[in-house]
Ligand binder design. Structure first.
Ligand SMILES: Nc1ncnc2c1ncn2[C@@H]1O[C@H](COP(=O)(O)O[C@H]2[C@@H](O)[C@H](n3cnc4c(N)ncnc43)O[C@@H]2COP(=O)(O)O)[C@@H](O)[C@H]1O
Ligand SMILES: [Mn+2]
Length: 668
């Protein structure tokens, strides 16, 4: 087939026409016709030859171009400012371009050189047969490698494209280290430490804190200004922040050494946000939110927002019981106003309600009744722990229709209703979390350390981590709610039992205000004999508890871990009691029980003597609580695996905590 088909067609048409004319001429005159045919044959031969000649010259021209392009390509590949290596599966170099020599200081390695001899960290085996990229460093320089499989019929080969990214990495490092960290620093027990101090002593205390902070920030090359009494704003760069993190914010320990004339130590809370791509406005808002979080977790700690995650440091001091009940009075009045403007009130606590949660709910229901508002206490489906008290109140007609199950109010949605959440603030552990979407006005009354996951947009939050229990908080609110709120004997007993369970019978976290609240409840008719009856354990529970205690395993560092693999109706309480009980064993600093819950859920109850923070460990399992009483639930993981993970996390935590004295520790 000729290359230029259309030229051939044109020529052939011409030759055919000319041949026809020559033949016609031959019919009229054979001499002239024969001459015409001869001439046609010569013309056809000449045209044939010309065409072939043109084709040969065109082919020569094309080959020239191809040869040039190949040369140009070879030249370009050889001089590419990126090294290209072709490597065989045994790790030997097959071919490379000139840039590799540049990277190696001028000598081009020979074919067959082992890559491990050129760059020990150059990976061949690990990535063989795959496409991707990785980085490695050699003699202070950082290289980025893209690897591709070379399709060949013969030996298996891979191509590696290597770029020296040292400058880029340096730039990235400098950029990272120069990122701004904004810190809100607050003396979180300002009112308490200033109480009873003379003006001169107050100034001295503030000056001592200021000097300590100034020295700390200046030493880090940062900037700090006082915003108001006991509140500071500071800026650090990332390099300084890394240093501070490596030292686990030991500024908290340094400032805790400053004490007032009564020996009370100053504690700091810090909210920190590290710039990524936020505006300065967002950075400031995030730092302020982190400060709230640190304060809500009991203070004396740092909540740091870094790369979208929150890290906590510190938390050594026990949450200090506030001397005054001013806040309780203010909150009681605010709650009364909010309740007055609502058409009905719903109260709920956490799933698997316990006496504290139930008592607090009964107290809030009493307030609503005092204002003549229809009130419902929403219960979850699993609450064997409060069976006895529920049986008691169900016998009393005045509580008819107060208790509803989450499923019974599935259709309830109201903009004019009020939802009061007690003894919890994490949405996913509430008795019916869907109520949060259906009732927009929410009040939270809780005594747990603030978790990152908090009920969204609450109207009012009363979160006091220093308080023994939600029942104590609600009792104080009742004291200031007004005369109309009259506790029945059952209300008072339920609230009292809430305080008893959370203080382990007034042995843990019971402060002056706890006893005041208990006295108030006793005056209102709380019956300790009834409370004791509520806490009586049946035979099966006692045996299960003994079995749980017997299978506990002791680990180095004062850790004890046990499990309850049977699916028991009151497994949570047995686990809680076993974990509580194990703290009495000599040398135990932390006890953790893993127990089987309904379905594929596994529960964890963790306790500490106060020296170590179990809340942090439980947060790693999606749970929370207090520094020395915490828990979590894990779905879809076998109990034995959860147990193993718990042991691993707890041992790691204890090890880190013991090697770094400044790490997070106790205080409810
Ligand atoms: N997923 C979670 N998220 C946040 N916080 C959580 C989560 N899961 C649990 N928590 C909190 O952790 C602590 C400890 O819980 P726990 O179950 O180990 O202990 C509570 C009760 O089970 C236990 N208890 C109830 N009745 C009795 C009883 N009769 N005898 C002994 N112990 C009992 O007491 C703990 C009550 O703690 P409270 O909630 O602080 O009132 C807990 O804070 C969970 O909220
Ligand atoms: Mn509680």
């Amino acid at each position: 087939m000729p290359r230029n088909l259309s030229a051939w067609i044109d020529l052939t048409i011409h030759l055919i026409v000319m041949l026809a004319l020559a033949l016609m001429t031959y019919c009229y005159n054979s001499y002239v016709g024969a001459a015409a045919l001869l001439l046609w044959a010569l013309l056809a031969a000449f045209a044939w030859e010309r065409c072939h000649d043109r084709e040969r010259r065109f082919e020569r021209y094309c080959m020239g171009i191809i040869r040039n392009v190949n040369n140009v390509m070879n030249y370009a590949v050889d001089r590419l400012p990126q090294a290209i290596l072709v490597v065989a599966q045994d790790g030997h170099l097959e071919w490379c371009n000139r840039q590799l020599a540049e990277y190696l200081g001028g000598t081009k390695p020979e074919q067959g050189t082992r890559m491990a001899d050129i760059w020990p960290d150059f990976k061949v085996d690990e990535i063989w047969g795959t496409e991707g990229g990785y980085r490695f460093s050699h003699e202070g320089r950082t290289y980025h490698v893209y690897h591709r499989v070379v399709p060949t019929q013969m030996d298996a080969l891979m191509a590696f494209y290597v770029e020296d990214e040292t400058e880029l990495c340096d730039l990235q490092k400098r950029f990272r280290e120069s990122r701004t960290a904004l810190l809100y620093i607050q003396v979180d027990n300002y009112d308490e430490i200033m109480q009873g101090q003379t003006e001169a002593e107050k100034s001295m205390l503030l000056l001592a804190v200021r000097e300590r902070l100034d020295a700390w920030i200046n030493g880090l090359g940062g900037f700090m200004r006082s915003v108001s009494d006991g509140v500071f704003l500071a800026l650090l760069d990332r390099a300084a922040l890394d240093h501070v993190i490596a030292e686990k914010f030991d500024i908290l320990d340094q400032v805790r050494k400053i004490v007032n004339t009564k020996g009370m130590p100053v504690t700091l809370s810090i909210g920190l946000s590290l710039a990524a791509d936020q505006t300065f406005k967002e950075l400031g808002e995030e730092a302020a939110a982190k400060l709230d979080l640190a304060l809500g977790r009991g203070g004396d700690q740092v909540a740091a927002g870094i790369s979208g995650k929150t890290q906590f440091f510190g938390g050594k001091a026990k949450a200090v019981e506030k001397h005054t009940r001013v806040k309780a009075r203010v909150v009681a009045h605010a709650l009364r106003d909010i309740m007055e403007s609502a058409d009905e009130v719903y109260v709920m606590g956490h799933q698997n309600e316990d006496y504290d949660c139930f008592g607090a709910a009964m107290g809030v229901a009493c307030m609503a009744r005092a204002l003549g508002k229809p009130v419902h206490i929403v219960l979850s489906d699993t609450n064997e722990g409060i069976d006895r008290v529920l049986d008691m109140v169900r016998k009393d007609e005045s509580y008819d229709e107060i208790f509803v199950r989450a499923g019974d109010i599935a259709g309830v949605a109201s903009a004019t209703a009020l939802l009061v959440v007690v003894d919890a603030h994490v949405p996913h552990i509430l008795a019916d979390k869907s109520l949060l979407d259906r009732i927009p006005k929410v009040v939270v009354i809780d005594h747990h350390r603030r978790s990152e996951n908090f009920v969204k947009n609450p109207l009012l939050v009363y979160l006091e981590t220093a308080s023994s229990s939600a029942s104590e908080l609600v009792t104080e609110l009742l004291m200031y709610f007004g005369d109309t709120a009259r506790l029945t004997r059952l209300d008072a007993t339920a609230l009292y039992s809430g305080i008893v369970v959370d203080t382990k019978n007034f042995n843990v976290s019971a402060g002056v205000r706890t006893f005041d609240a208990a006295a108030y409840l006793r005056r209102a008719g709380a019956d300790p004999v009834l409370v004791r009856a509520l806490f009586q354990s049946d035979y099966e529970t006692t045996v299960a508890l003994a079995r749980a205690k017997a299978n506990a395993e002791f680990f180095a560092g004062g850790l004890i871990v046990g499990s309850i693999p049977e699916r028991l109706a009151n497994g949570q309480i047995i686990a809680a009691q076993a974990a509580d009980g194990m703290l009495r064993v000599d040398g135990v600093r932390m006890s953790i029980y893993v127990f089987q819950m309904p379905g594929d859920m596994v529960g964890i109850s963790a306790r500490s003597t106060g020296e170590l923070n179990v809340q942090v460990i439980m947060e790693a399992f999606g749970g929370g609580g207090h520094a020395n009483v915490a828990g979590a639930q894990v779905r879809g993981v076998p109990l034995s695996v959860v147990r193993g993970n718990v042991v691993e996390q707890a041992r790691k935590y204890i090890e880190e905590s013991d090697t770094h004295e400044g790490h997070i520790a106790g205080g409810r």
